[in-house]
Design a protein around this ligand. Structure first.
Ligand SMILES: N[C@@H](CCC(=O)N[C@@H](CS)C(=O)NCC(=O)O)C(=O)O
Length: 482
């Protein structure tokens, strides 16, 4: 197994290698009926989408100038000048070190271009990248054409080259000394988190070590009453450095250890910090969700160790509790469990956002989902959700396309607005066909829908509220076919 330097850092800190388990992807139900393709065409869906967008007054934002987002390859913040910065970050938006730099660029509104490179666990890296960065590590940055690696050096270079909107206090001041000490505390927290997360032995001691370091973080967050950030009322580089790890901590400690770091009021200053961060475009656009993290950490870390207390949480996070990924979705808010999210949800707008993404990219999404009824790739990567060389089941493309049009229609109309019998939504099955519509392959569509559902990544594909809607509507299709 290729072990990234994310883990080499852990091994160095702990003097040992992790032992563990990776979570298994949910398996689809075994059988499904064929169905009649009664869904609107993509052109009709596009028209419905536009009508609905007008009705709700919501349109997708401009990726270059709008709020931070994971899809954009260029961020100008409205500037016409050619960007001086090029950021190389991972294509799945899983890398915490890339997220730190991403946050800094967004907070400082430095125009930049982005090139996405796979992490080793996710796929191959282009030779042009390894020729430039022989270690293959991410992130890397070109500043006026000069290559800089190591996130700490990248961040320092950005502060130096772009002194407007400084995110670090001036050197030699007590505030600078405090910021530097807080950055060290972040590395301590990183070590204590991984010691508990990745190693099955000495559970109680490791838990104690983690909680005591979290206690130190909580205390620091309360040190400046103007809060809610580490250095007071304003976001600084310290917040950018802590954010990727704090969000991974909250997700993984709930999933693998069954402890809610956030949502139950255990660390009130931390809750306030998250609420502060979740008001910022930089953070909202780059933050991930529990499902994505709990599946992206094991391949990066060599595994995570689950204890029995984590099992109910992991069932809910993976949508295996029969509830959390099914309609009607449980509410999402600042203290919702398992996953708190302070900006909350706007279900109609979130469904529209998911529909817009699906309709706008339907050809690529259909081919991707059809991998679920195609062939696995000849080369496997350690991230179980990645299979870059998988082949779509080409003979099933029409059926998968029909299934995804039903999902898009349900997202736009509300699944409850679709044909129903006895209060239950039923797809018209092939046996009911009057011959006007073509018949679609139920089992293949079901496999494709489940494959897609398990691979919706946040923030790569959609923000959390829209991703939940997409997953739940794919399950609506699966349940309707089953
Ligand atoms: N010390 C480095 C660590 C960066 C790091 O560990 N990056 C990981 C991803 S999180 C990586 O690129 N690993 C190689 C890979 O997965 O391809 C930094 O701060 O930039």
């Amino acid at each position: 197994m290729a072990i990234s330097s994310f883990v080499d850092g852990v091994k160095k800190a702990l003097g040992q290698g992790p032992e563990t388990v990776a979570p298994a992807a949910a398996t689809p139900p075994p059988s499904a009926s064929d169905f009649v393709d009664t869904a609107p065409s993509w052109a009709e869906l596009q028209k419905m989408l536009e009508d609905k967008q007008q009705q709700l007054g919501w349109r997708p934002e401009n990726p270059e100038t709008g709020p931070a987002n994971s899809g954009s390859l260029k961020r100008t913040f409205g500037s016409d000048a050619p960007p001086r910065v090029k950021l190389y970050r991972d294509s799945a938006a899983w890398c915490p070190y890339c997220q730190k730099v991403w946050l800094q660029l967004e907070e400082k509104q430095i125009p930049y271009t982005i090139e996405k490179i796979n992490m080793r666990c996710y796929g191959d890296k282009p030779q042009e990248y390894t020729a430039k960065v022989p270690s293959g590590l991410l992130p890397a940055m070109e500043l006026d054409g000069e290559l800089i690696i190591e996130s700490a050096d990248v961040m320092a270079a950005l502060e130096y080259a772009f002194p407007d909107k400084p995110l670090m206090p001036a050197k030699g001041t007590p505030a600078h000394a405090r910021a530097t000490a807080l950055m060290k505390l972040e590395r301590r927290l990183f070590g204590a988190w991984l010691q508990w997360l990745c190693y099955p032995r000495n559970n109680e001691n490791n838990k104690k070590g983690f909680l005591s370091t979290m206690g130190a973080v909580e205390k620091e967050l309360g040190a400046d009453p103007s809060g809610p950030f580490f250095m007071g009322a304003k976001v600084t580089l310290v917040d950018c450095v802590f954010a990727p790890f704090l969000e991974r901590i909250v997700a993984s400690i709930a999933y693998y250890k069954g402890m809610y770091v956030r949502g139950e009021g255990r660390f009130p200053n931390l809750e306030a910090w998250f609420e502060g961060m979740e008001k910022r475009s930089s953070y909202l656009g780059s933050r991930s969700d529990f499902y994505t993290h709990c599946h992206d950490l094991p391949p990066q870390l060599g595994g995570c160790c689950q204890i029995p207390e984590g099992e109910p949480v992991s069932a809910a996070v993976d949508g295996e509790d029969g509830r959390s990924w099914h309609l009607p979705l449980p509410p999402l808010h600042a203290t919702s469990l398992p996953e708190p999210y302070s900006p909350g949800e706007q279900p109609e707008r979130d469904r529209l956002q998911a529909a817009a993404k699906l309709i706008g990219n339907h050809e690529a999404v259909t081919r991707f989902a059809a991998r679920g009824c195609g062939e696995m790739g000849t080369r496997a990567f350690t991230a179980e959700l990645s299979d870059p060389y998988a082949k779509p089941g080409m003979q099933h493309l029409g059926s998968v396309d029909a299934g995804l049009r039903l999902v898009a229609h349900a997202l736009l109309a509300g699944a409850g607005g679709l044909p129903s019998v006895d209060g239950q939504v039923h797809l018209q099955t092939a046996a009911d066909s009057s011959g006007h519509h073509s018949s679609a392959d139920g089992p293949a569509t079901l496999l494709a829908a489940a494959y897609m559902r398990d691979r919706v990544g946040v923030p790569r594909d959609l923000p959390l509220p829209a991703a939940r809607q997409f997953r739940a509507h794919l399950n609506w299709l699966i349940d309707s076919l089953s």
